[in-house]
Design a protein around this ligand. Sequence first.
Ligand code: ADP
Ligand code: ADP
Length: 226
Amino acid sequence: APALAISDLRKVYDNGVQALKGVSLEVAPGDFFALLGPNGAGKSTLIGIVSSLVNKSAGEVEVFGVNLSRHRDDALRLIGLVPQEINFNMFEKPLDILVNYAGFYGVPRAEALVRAEEELKRAQLWDKAQMMSRTLSGGMKRRLMIARAMMTRPRLLILDEPTAGVDIEIRRGMWKTLKDINAAGTTIILTTHYLEEAESLCRNLAIIDHGIIVEQGPMRSLLAKL
Ligand code: ADP
Ligand code: ADP
């Protein structure tokens, strides 16, 4: 089954805005996929529906063949979500943030410690494991958000504009962590409005504008058209 299959997804907000007007797309297992589009295109709405934070108006969503409406908890267990805003407790240490997060999702403490070491190393934060998170740089904080989402060992990692408003050095550090995660087998979907970001990370992409997918395919064939 595809990592993500969306068919004819529609969203009309209570104020009448049609944020998604019949979106269909498929993301293959192992892919690194970008949903590229300008502000207001519908990217966050789509991510919100897939992560079950926003109610859809119509359409179907399946995660690795599990229908999100019919088997919500099973589908959500397969997903790791990295929200746009940094939302961990700044007065906790990175190691505790990760271990507590895993604990919340039922991972036994010994196993959580093993995973936390692995994820902190992958995010180049192992030497910061015992520091107060407040003292981490902006890039480190964002990589910690990624490491935290990986603690439940999701098969699909979803990031909503992970690098919005951060400078190029910070972006490069995040890209490395994401590439390592994808290389180890986790499917990644991210939204972005930077073509450059999609280009340096993703194999496949969809371009969304005004709630409609206007292009979809391998990065290389789309670049040839631009
Ligand atoms: P849902 O249909 O998913 O429940 P709602 O239409 O009820 O979503 O809106 C959720 C919240 O977002 C409301 O509190 C609403 O005021 C707020 N909101 C309204 N318009 C916008 C907008 N353009 N961008 C972001 N948030 C908005
Ligand atoms: P993007 O993430 O690509 O910037 P969004 O999904 O946030 O796009 O927004 C798509 C459209 O839906 C926009 O016109 C936005 O103003 C509107 N919108 C987003 N959230 C809400 C909401 N909660 N209530 C009403 N309208 C919303």
